[in-house]
Write a protein that binds this ligand. Structure first.
Ligand SMILES: Cc1cc2nc3c(=O)[nH]c(=O)nc-3n(C[C@H](O)[C@H](O)[C@H](O)COP(=O)(O)O)c2cc1C
Length: 254
């Protein structure tokens, strides 16, 4: 296996970090790699917010579903989908006057533009994850940055066309790389399909989840599916995430 493939196969999320800052030049190398990620139309529809202020980290550890490890990560990177820069540039370039002269309506960023920006943002984030591994850093995504939109918008001073999509916690892993066993994945046959979509049913679903179990189920759950439903899918944080993302969409479209 070559080094890049080994890095991909051996990566796993890191939530325990050494109490050691990420040096400036390492952070720079990491960010320069992130900016090499493929990007739609070469537009770079994202902003990366570097967070190393301890007070800010504490706030994010609370707002992102009370996950204390966030505050202990030496470096946080918040990945924002960003159409603001380009739209401001269109206006500055006289797009409104152009539309008026042509008798057409000025187009605003829509949900398609947002989806493209989200694509760009996540591709940059995952490029960062792999670059971090290559630099001996560990990382963990925090999806909860999509919760509490109004709070995060005010905390980061986000304008209308900038939305928080994901956050990465980064630092030197406390565990030795050799001790970190990669987490389980579903069998490839359930995930990779050929030419047409195949809708799994009944026993096929049982087969897919047959090795999924937890040492202890949530109270009242009779099996892994019920446990996961209660613990994740129908949990308070999932309900809040859906409310918050709806608020983001409403604000974007307003
Ligand atoms: C979009 C996304 C959001 C995630 N959010 C969290 C989170 O809020 N807290 C956390 O501890 N891990 C989070 N993770 C990490 C996943 O739990 C982890 O990737 C998964 O369990 C697989 O483990 P591995 O990364 O070690 O292979 C997130 C991962 C992704 C891709």
């Amino acid at each position: 296996m070559n080094d890049i493939l080994r890095t991909i196969h051996e990566r796993r999320s890191t939530r325990a970090f050494e109490n050691k800052p990420v040096p400036y030049d390492v952070t720079e190398t990491l960010l320069q790699a992130a900016l090499r990620a493929p990007t739609a139309g070469n537009m770079m529809l994202y902003t990366i917010l570097k967070i190393d202020d301890p007070e800010m980290k504490e706030k994010l550890a609370v707002s992102c579903d009370n996950q204390p490890f966030i505050a202990k990560a030496p470096l946080l990177l918040v990945f924002l989908a960003d159409y603001q820069r380009w739209y401001d540039f269109f206006l500055r370039s006289g797009a409104a006057e152009l539309c008026q002269a042509r008798g057409i309506e000025l187009r605003k960023p829509g949900v398609g533009d947002l989806m493209l920006a989200v694509n760009d943002t996540l591709i940059a984030a995952q490029t960062t994850v792999i670059a971090a591994e290559a630099l001996g850093l560990g990382s963990c995504y925090v999806g909860d940055i999509m919760e509490k939109y109004e709070y995060h918008r005010d905390l980061f001073h986000l304008p209308k066309y900038v939305l928080p999509i994901t956050m990465l916690c980064l630092g030197y892993p406390r565990e030795e790389a050799a001790e970190r066993t990669p987490s389980r994945r579903f069998d490839q046959k359930f995930i990779v399909q050929h030419n047409r979509y195949y809708h799994l049913e009944g026993l096929e679903l049982d087969m897919m989840f047959k090795d999924s179990r937890r040492p202890k189920l949530t109270e009242g759950a009779a099996n892994f599916g019920q446990d996961f439903y209660l613990r994740k899918f129908a949990s308070e944080f999932s309900v809040e995430m859906t409310r918050s993302v709806q608020a983001m969409l409403d604000s974007w479209n307003a």
